[in-house]
Design a protein around this ligand. Structure first.
Ligand code: SF4
Ligand code: MG
Length: 328
């Protein structure tokens, strides 16, 4: 294909048949080929729902997800099969997504049976190759998922996701169930594989620390909406939205004095069943004015190819005089 960008747009998801909850509300974004695009927010902000919408694990109620120019909700069966081949999903808990009665080899081979015309022998060779590529031993093919650690199981999940020869991998908090020491290894692995297999990565994360160095662009979600969208460095250097600023201050800072994290983000996330009027962040925002309670700020262009949804971002940026992060 000659398309240089992948365009995903999804809007207004209303989920649940008995209760109507707007988990993802009027979200529009473009994900570009070859980039690492991260979606960050607290639990319940709709980021996992958005991830599932992107790969049609969930149907959108309104709006569209475009993949290479086609709305994925109206694909024919053969087109759908191609979509499944191209767009793979890595789940948060690798164990729950893997059938415990299948060997590791069979699990990784399964998508090849569906999506490729490889012979049995070729598939076996590819399983061995993928296991090595994700940093495991080829002989692990004959063993079962429960014999492995969380980090190893996530590597197996990643090998399985790679088996169909995908173009895009969407990871829903792929490392958040793992020990901190293992998280970095798996993140590094994803970065290496992205380069080797020419992948587009979409990563869902609940804090900004995990994806700190690896994203090209980051979307920050709050209560089903994107409140800020920015390239990696500008976002970390100078977050514009008060919610992003609060998330940034919640990143633990290692210091010789053992200072604990600044818990500036107080209060629970309001229920998506009854989202606050106006700016959805206004009950928790230190900069809220009466305008914020009544009028919803649009996600609008700010400086340097950034987008922010806040009535007062310019004034807030002026007053913060550069980085809002405290020095380590
Ligand atoms: Fe805070 Fe108002 Fe900006 Fe919302 S619009 S983030 S309440 S200042
Ligand atoms: Mg989630």
């Amino acid at each position: 294909t000659r398309a240089l960008t992948k365009r995903f747009t999804s809007s207004k998801g209303l989920f649940g048949r008995s209760v109507s909850v707007s988990a993802v509300n009027d979200v529009s974004l473009d994900i570009r080929r070859g980039e690492t695009f991260s979606i960050v927010g607290e639990s319940g902000c709709g980021k996992s729902t958005l991830a599932r919408l992107l790969v049609r694990l969930l149907p959108a109620s309104e709006g569209a997800v475009l993949y290479e120019g086609n709305d994925i909700s109206s694909l024919s069966e053969p087109e759908m099969r191609r979509l499944r081949k191209d767009l793979q999903f890595v789940f948060q808990d690798p164990f729950s997504s893997l059938n415990p009665r299948m060997t590791v080899g069979a699990l990784i081979e399964e998508p090849m049976k569906v999506h490729t015309s490889l012979s049995r022998k070729e598939r076996r060779l590819k399983v061995a190759d993928l296991l090595t590529k994700v940093g495991l031993r080829a002989a692990f093919a004959n063993r079962y998922p429960h014999e492995f650690s969380g980090g190893q199981r996530q590597r197996i999940g990643i090998a399985r996701a790679l088996a169909s020869g995908p173009k895009v991998i969407v990871g829903d908090e792929p490392v958040s169930a793992l020990d901190v020491s293992v998280q970095a290894q798996v993140i590094n692995l994803l970065e290496d594989l992205k380069a080797e297999f020419d992948l587009t990565l979409v990563l869902i994360a609940h804090d900004l620390a995990v994806i700190r160095h690896m994203s090209d662009r980051i979307a920050v979600m709050y209560l089903g909406e994107i409140v800020e969208l920015a390239p990696n460095d500008p976002l970390y250097d100078k977050p514009l939205h008060p919610y992003t600023q609060a998330l940034m201050r919640a990143i633990p800072i290692a210091s010789p004095h053992g200072r604990s994290m600044d818990v500036s983000l107080t209060g629970d996330v309001p229920s998506p069943l009854a989202p606050p009027s106006g700016c959805r962040f206004h009950p928790r925002c230190p900069h809220a004015t009466s305008l914020c309670g009544t009028e919803k700020p649009a996600l609008a262009e700010a400086a340097d190819a950034r987008m922010v949804a806040c009535h007062h971002w310019e004034k807030i940026a002026e007053n913060s005089q550069g980085s809002v992060r405290e020095p380590p």
